[in-house]
Write a protein that binds this ligand. Structure first.
Ligand code: SAM
Length: 296
């Protein structure tokens, strides 16, 4: 960062210098976003809201903040995702704090929330408040996004990782959704009873052997428990889907995220459990969410 040694470096100059440094390291890699990362890093180091950073572009940055930015850039170039550096990620337009036990929410997972809202809308208004369940809740992003759209709904989020349960709970509080949600530690639906109108899940679905070849941001910074779907990536689907007929309300819907190339296999598991299915594509046109309903 050439500007960092000059007096009176402004926020705009610092941001441009960080973006240039990241771009020089990453080249044209479409998986990277140097400008956005630069904005988030500089805003975080300065304790400012990234959205409002542009209004302070001409402000000078002091040496302590420049050192803090340098350190964050060093960590980013070593493969730490920007969401881990700043400790949160936006999902469904809402901020989600992260912890070592939570996956960084992915934009594609918004397809799961949209598919659930669509499925619930199609089955019409209910006589009672909706009950939602999120299996493998992580940061709570799927459940809390859905609850933010359904003011009469109550939701339960389950995760095997205690750290994830605690982060999800504090995200609910921050979003004003604590009174309509509960987060518990458990293995999938093992300790649950009752029926739910909407069930969400983004299970770990990476084949165990493929984890080592994932991008460094994922393989070294997302928790293994959030990634590893067993030898063929389908173990969590085999564990959860056969339980759905006992967990779904008669007119309810379950929507599970699926990985690339998994739509057919997961639909077959659902078919064997007596469920109807249809897939929803993500913004890249790939099947990303599988909706499952009880057969009449
Ligand atoms: C792919 S992450 C999804 C997290 C979050 N729902 C999201 O979309 O960002 C899968 C989650 O499942 C949790 N998990 C793994 N095995 C589990 C199990 N047997 N029971 C409950 N949760 C489990 C992991 O801890 C992780 O939080």
């Amino acid at each position: 960062m050439a500007t960092s040694d000059q007096p009176d470096t402004t926020i705009a100059e610092l941001r441009r210098a960080v973006a240039a440094e990241l771009r020089a390291a990453w080249g044209d890699d479409p998986a990277q976003s140097p400008q956005l990362d630069a904005k988030l890093i500089v805003a975080h180091a300065l304790g400012r809201d990234p959205g409002g950073l542009v209004f302070h572009d001409k402000h000078p940055v002091d040496a302590t903040n420049i050192l803090a930015v340098r350190d964050l850039v060093r960590r980013r170039l070593a493969g730490e995702p920007v969401a881990r550096l700043v400790g949160e990620r936006e999902f469904w337009g809402l901020p989600f704090a992260l912890g070592p036990d939570t996956l960084v929410p992915r934009p594609d997972s918004e397809t799961v929330v949209a598919a659930l809202l669509e499925a619930l809308g199609r089955t019409g208004p209910r006589a009672r408040p909706l009950r939602l369940l999120d299996l493998g809740t992580g940061s709570g992003c799927l459940l809390l996004a859905a609850l933010s759209e359904l003011p009469d709904a109550f939701g339960v989020g389950v995760d095997l990782a205690e750290g994830a349960v605690m982060v999800a709970r504090s995200n609910a509080a921050r979003l004003g959704l604590a009174a309509r949600s509960a987060f518990v530690r458990g293995s999938w639906a093992e300790s649950l009873s009752g029926r739910f109108d909407g069930i969400l899940a983004n299970p770990p679905y990476i084949e165990s052997e493929a984890i080592d070849s994932l991008a460094i941001e994922v393989r070294e910074h997302d928790p293994k428990l959030a990634l590893d779907g067993g030898p063929d990536g389908l173990a969590p689907y085999r564990a959860m889907i056969p339980e759905l007929p006992c967990l779904l309300a008669a007119d309810g819907a379950a929507v599970f995220e699926i990985g690339m190339g998994q739509a057919g296999s997961v639909a077959a598991i659902a078919g064997a459990a007596g469920l109807n299915t249809f897939a929803t594509n993500d913004l890249s046109g790939l099947p990303r969410a599988l909706t499952m309903t009880l057969r009449n």
